[in-house]
Design a protein. Structure first.
Ligand code: HEM
Ligand code: NAG
Ligand code: NAG
Length: 324
């Protein structure tokens, strides 16, 4: 009798586990396709591309800022544009998580891309898909790789600032922390090293790299002293420096070459080449830009697949900052 009760219990547990696994797989399964808007909005991709090109032509750093938005979106409840929601009675904006606050930029560009798309096809193209396409177009515009973007994501009606704090990496993370933060999103160590190569463009604030240039030992002495010039040990928190000191506005593999010379700007950059398990990947990318491009493109596609809302889930927002 006790064995019967026990086996019943085990069966129930097993069934419940299978159900949970199925549910979690289904709710996170990517069902995206590159031709999603071919009939509903054939002008979608060209409209987005034109608006992105105009924005980057005006300010080249914008390419960096826009690529970063897709990353900060996807790592928090999937690529669902939750990042774009502003504070509202039922929304605690992810924009205010410390990794993003006073740091993310380009939201006005996303607004203008969205209005351009709404003009040609109202209510059809999601903000989450716009972020994915904008990231690809930005990379391409500044000389980086291009790839085919899968589409069909829908927009969330929720945001989660606590999850943003928990899921987004920060500049003081060590290699182990970076590996586990990316693994939580289904991304491999190689994906993590390749995606970090986005730091071949764009700028960081003194507050993000002060610790590294004053206190770390895995940094070139001349480079550290140059960076201290505009980043004093107290004050000047918002002074900017390029993440790639050589070509901050071109997407290339200089980021990895810098790491070989201990000229990574962030602590979290230099840990990728610091006598650890990722040194070899950094060496490969520093010597072979084509390998970096191929792996970066593949990892961006993989990142874009993180838990999209599809089917009847979520909505197509009219304005990216607001739930309909
Ligand atoms: C590996 C973990 C990562 C950490 C710890 C990290 C951290 C940071 C930090 C601290 C900044 C400077 C922010 C500031 O001072 O305002 C930054 C900038 C940037 N990040 Fe990351 N990041 C990571 C991965 C990524 C990934 C995966 C991407 C995109 C695929 C990315 C794209 C960028 C870009 C392009 C910038 C420059 C933005 C601009 O100039 O506006 N980062 N990141
Ligand atoms: C950054 O992440 C580390 C974990 O690796 C954590 O200990 C630290 O508190 C975080 N930084 C901030 C400012 O919260
Ligand atoms: C360097 O480390 C010391 C001791 O951990 C700390 O008190 C100080 O604030 C750090 N300096 C900077 C500029 O981060």
């Amino acid at each position: 009798m006790s064995s019967k009760g026990c086996s019943f219990h085990i069966t129930t547990c097993f069934a419940a586990t299978v159900l949970l696994l199925l549910l979690s797989t289904f709710s996170c399964e990517a069902q995206l396709t590159p031709n999603y808007y071919d009939y509903a909005c054939p002008q979608a991709l060209s409209t987005i591309r034109a608006a992105v090109r105009a924005a980057i032509a005006k300010e080249r750093r914008m390419a960096a800022s826009l690529i970063r938005l897709h990353f900060h979106d996807c790592f928090v409840q999937g690529c669902d544009a939750s990042l774009l929601l502003d504070d509202a009675p039922n929304i605690v904006s992810e924009k205010n998580a410390f990794q993003s606050f006073k740091s993310l930029r380009g939201f006005e560009v996303i607004d203008s891309v969205k209005s351009a798309v709404e003009e040609v096809c109202p209510g059809v193209v999601s903000c989450a898909d716009i972020l994915a396409v904008v990231a690809r177009d930005s990379s391409e515009y500044v000389g980086g790789p291009t790839w085919t973007v899968k589409l069909g994501r829908r927009d969330s009606t929720t945001a989660n600032k606590d999850l943003a704090r928990a899921n987004l990496p920060n500049a003081t993370n060590d290699l182990d922390a970076l590996v586990s933060i990316f693994a939580r999103q289904g991304l491999s160590v190689k994906d993590m090293v390749a995606l970090s190569g986005a730091h071949t463009i764009g700028l960081a604030r003194c507050v993000s790299f002060r610790d590294h240039i004053y206190n770390d030992t895995d940094i070139d002495a001349g480079f550290a002293s140059t960076r201290r010039w505009r980043c004093p040990s107290a004050g000047g928190d918002c002074n900017l420096a390029p993440l790639d000191l050589v070509t901050p506005y071109s997407f290339d593999n200089n980021y990895y070459k810098n790491l070989l010379q201990e000229k990574g700007l962030l602590h979290s950059d230099q840990v990728l080449f610091n006598g650890g398990a990722t040194d070899d990947i950094v060496r490969v990318y520093s010597a072979n830009q084509a390998a970096f491009y191929a792996d970066f493109a593949a990892a961006m596609v993989k990142m874009g697949d993180i838990c999209p809302l599809t089917g009847a889930a979520g909505e197509i927002r009219k304005v990216c900052r607001l739930v309909n």
